[in-house]
Design a protein. Structure first.
Length: 404
């Protein structure tokens, strides 16, 4: 077919994992033994000629039974190996075999917390992996969770003692309502939160006004309605959607986020004094959504060779977003080496590049909060007809990140 597109790729060479992490979207697929056949990898690489490949997956890439050959097939690409670090001997082999390989260790949680959430960890083996990473191009990625925030300085000390270049912190996307308690980011934008935080009278009236609409009763008099309408007009003039439902659900979380931002600033200063690059996602939702995959021209390929817009859409799974359960259905365009798949990918990417024009504004819509809208329980379609839809994607709100 020849080279007619150059994509960066997240390639899932293994769907299998040796750990069982409580927050993993593929927990129910734990133990699944699926590996990308070498012939499939070769076809993908021949067709796409990727400049950069992230070996990722909701699985551990080093478990691939022909891992050395995988690396040989990828010799002309820059490779980022994302690993849970429990197979140091395979990581050592990888850095020896591939001339341009970066190791990204998914440590996820500081050692003092990890045992509560990651089943099957062997800390000694991870330390061995960090020794191999020392003084190479390397990073540690970790999650910001309520249980882990106070212990984040442990990660900085580890990164410093093993000479690791970068620490990447991401919010954790909850997969259940129970895990939503661990969420440290808020779905509110900072501007909406700050606007409503100083206007308790307006918020109080708005809650009662909403009850009038829903139940046809409520003690809102004409003077209060005037206050309400003036408030809504002012918000709209400032480009804010008057989403009182989201504020009611999230204000406590946003207050915590403000406190945590101060704490993270101190951590950032500490990282900088140690010579470690600290990258992190936001604790407040961005107002304009941007897909990190589309922006970097990155696609994802499943262990069977199928092309998806991102690694989150490689598989069916469930999240708990905006106070409701969200079933994410996989989006696959077909084999990555087929022209029709690439065309579908490009068409979807074009939509993602004009995000707010092409997907319904669920991130600011009052009906998304607590799942009041008929459309939000899954990503099948939104009220503007986008199908599938990325309308509530936490990656696009910069609340969580992925290896790109
Ligand atoms: S917006 Fe989110 S779900 Fe959609 S392609 Fe981008 S990362 Fe994936
Ligand atoms: S799909 Fe539902 S929640 Fe999203 S913008 Fe439309 S009405 Fe609002």
């Amino acid at each position: 077919m020849g080279r007619w597109i150059c994509l960066n790729l997240n390639i899932e060479i293994s769907s299998s994992c040796n750990l069982n992490c409580l927050y993993c979207p593929r927990r129910n697929a734990f133990g699944l033994e699926q590996f990308m056949p070498l012939g499939v990898l070769e076809r993908v690489v021949r067709a796409v000629e990727p400049e950069r490949v992230v070996l990722i997956g909701l699985g551990e890439p080093t478990l691939h039974p022909r891992f050395r050959e995988v690396l040989e097939v990828l010799r002309d690409s820059q490779v980022v190996l994302q690993t849970n670090g429990t197979f140091p001997e395979r990581v050592r082999m990888a850095v020896e075999v591939h001339p341009d390989l970066e190791v990204a260790l998914s440590l996820d949680l500081p050692p003092s917390v990890a045992g509560r959430f990651r089943i099957g960890l062997e800390p000694g083996r991870i330390e061995e992996t960090m020794r191999i990473m020392s003084r190479r191009r390397s990073s540690i990625s970790a999650l910001m969770m309520r249980s882990s925030m106070e212990a984040l300085p442990e990660l900085l000390s580890l990164a410093a003692s093993y000479d690791i270049e970068s620490l990447d912190l991401s919010g954790m996307v909850p997969i259940t309502e129970e895990l939503d308690e661990e969420r440290v980011f808020t779905f509110l934008s900072r501007r909406l939160f700050e606007y409503l935080e100083g206007r308790s009278e307006l918020v109080e009236i708005a809650y009662r006004a909403a009850r009038i609409v829903l139940d046809s009763w409520g003690p809102v008099d004409s003077n209060e309605l005037r206050v309400y309408e003036a408030g809504v007009r002012e918000m709209e003039a400032q480009g804010l959607t008057p989403n009182f439902a989201l504020y009611e659900m999230e204000a406590h979380r946003a207050r915590e986020a403000l406190r945590r931002e101060k704490y993270l600033r101190i951590l950032e200063e500490e990282a900088s004094s140690l010579g470690i690059r600290l990258k992190r996602t936001s604790l407040f939702a961005q107002e304009a959504r941007r897909c990190p995959y589309a922006e970097t021209e990155t696609g994802a390929v499943s262990a069977t060779g199928e092309l998806s817009p991102c690694y989150d859409l490689l598989h069916d799974h469930t999240y708990y977003l905006f106070g409701h359960e969200k079933r994410i259905k996989a989006v696959r365009f077909g084999p990555a080496w087929e022209r029709a798949s690439m065309e579908s990918y490009q068409a979807y990417r074009e939509k993602l590049l004009e995000f707010d024009r092409n997907f319904a504004p669920c991130h600011t819509c009052p009906f998304a909060a607590r799942g009041a809208c008929f459309f939000v329980p899954d990503n099948g379609v939104d009220c503007e007809g986008a199908s599938p839809t990325c309308s509530e994607c936490p990656f696009a709100l910069d609340l969580v990140s992925c290896s790109l």
